[in-house]
Design a protein around this ligand. Sequence first.
Ligand code: ZN
Length: 194
Amino acid sequence: MATLEILKYPDARLKKKSVAVKKVTPELRQLAENMLETMYAAPGVGLAAVQVGELVRLLVIDTRPTDDDDQVVEEKMTELERKVKYPVVIFNPEIVVKDGATTYEEGCLSVPGFIEEVKRANYIEAQGLDIEGNPQTIKTDGLLAICLQHEMDHLEGKLFIDRISFVKSDRIKSKIKKHGYADNTSEDESQSAL
Ligand code: ZN
């Protein structure tokens, strides 16, 4: 396994639309493994392949909350979140059902150090292929539902800063253009890095 470089806004590749995979090949499985390693090392809770420069429709996600000893805190997860197999690896994801609305203070490994409240559907059903290439359906709410929607935006070339008000988005973009990114982000911020 290997950690990969995470592209940061305003890298032009982040604006591109990713392409569906025809078949889950050993190379794509390896990419998924490397993305997981990269995501955990960052640390973050979700990563789309485009964020490491691969324009394929692939997401890796692990939104399970952990304590100081890296133990999963199941009580902080919703009933639906607990039923999902982790880490989530999904190729060609599609949202087939959306319901309700929720907001969350989102961050992104490609826009490190910035957090803004984004509105998303509260409940979703997503379909796609798992790491073996078998069909899978994920029915969830909570942070996993938010993260899936955030990562699927990446596949369309969209960042969370494209989903907030123009004023806020513009402020973040000009700040990055002027000052770049800070060397390290706080633990609080990495918690919401999707
Ligand atoms: Zn992101």
